[in-house]
Design a protein around this ligand. Structure first.
Ligand code: F6R
Length: 261
């Protein structure tokens, strides 16, 4: 695991966008795993500004898979993650909507939605690079504390903390769905490269538990410690409770340019 303490959101966005662009340059038909929420937005804006300036790669052949989706919103709801990703990133990158996938939250078929989503991911050969945020309660995608470290895509119930955290996207707490479909922790571990981003003081405890705590279902994000290729990009506030912060800084300062991420 490479833990990279950076100075600001914009530095994180530059590094994360560089990782994604490198994957797409190497493999124009790359499969990108996308997260929603606030954390990846600066990265998405950076990708878009490079694309508009015609310095980014072509995304025409790229396929995307969202990490998760709310259950119970009206089809096409502006806060659905499929609508959010199209609005924030993929439409403007020129990725056609039929290449952007999310777990299907239709009420008739929820029991098979997980298996169907996993089959779609498998059919394209898996995810090349998966962007991840972290919940203030340590959730990864919407695998809340207590989720099996081997879990697959399925319906989960959000914690009260996560519903409260996400209420800012809705007019009231009551409107935040109680259920979601989420890639499982076992599913996420199959992506070839995990890029976990954490920003802000509210993520400091969860980040320390994920990166330096024991691997435990009590902090689902700690499962990344089991993956062979993980990059953790942190702002100063999110990194502030790491015991080995000085060491991570030393390693990053001495990182050879040829190494990449
Ligand atoms: C979103 C997702 C969640 C978020 C997490 C952090 O697709 O899977 O795990 O990454 O809730 O959300 P923000 O970035 O809004 O703090």
């Amino acid at each position: 695991m490479e833990v990279v303490p950076l100075g600001s959101d914009s530095e994180i966005a530059a590094v994360a966008a560089g990782i994604i662009e490198a994957v797409v340059r190497h493999r124009p038909a790359a499969v990108l795993g996308l997260a929603t929420g606030s954390t990846p937005l600066p990265t998405y804006r950076e990708l878009l500004s490079r694309h508009k300036a015609a310095v980014g790669p072509s995304y025409a052949a790229v396929t995307c898979f969202n990490l998760d989706e709310y259950v119970g919103l009206a089809a096409g709801h502006e806060q659905s993650y499929l609508a959010t990703i199209a609005r924030e990133l993929t439409d403007a990158l020129g990725i056609s909507r039929d290449r952007v996938n999310g777990p299907d939250p239709s009420s008739d078929g929820l029991e098979t939605a997980g298996e169907r989503y996993e089959a779609l991911i498998a059919a394209v050969g898996g995810i090349d690079v998966q962007l991840l945020g972290i919940g203030s309660d340590g959730h990864l995608a919407f695998n809340e504390p207590g989720s099996s470290l081997a879990s697959r895509t399925r319906v989960k119930t959000l914690t009260a903390q996560t519903r409260k955290d996400n209420a800012r996207f809705f007019s009231s707490l009551d409107e935040v769905p109680t259920h979601v479909l989420t890639q499982g922790l076992g599913t996420i571990l199959e992506a070839r490269h995990l890029v976990l981003i954490a920003t802000g003081e509210s993520k400091a405890n969860a980040t320390a538990a994920a990166v330096e705590g024991p691997v435990s279902a009590s902090c689902p994000a700690s499962v990344v410690q089991l993956h062979p290729h993980v990059t953790v990009l942190l702002d100063p506030a999110a990194a502030s409770r790491l015991d080995r912060l000085a060491y991570y800084r030393e390693v990053y300062t001495a990182k050879p340019a040829w190494q990449g991420f």
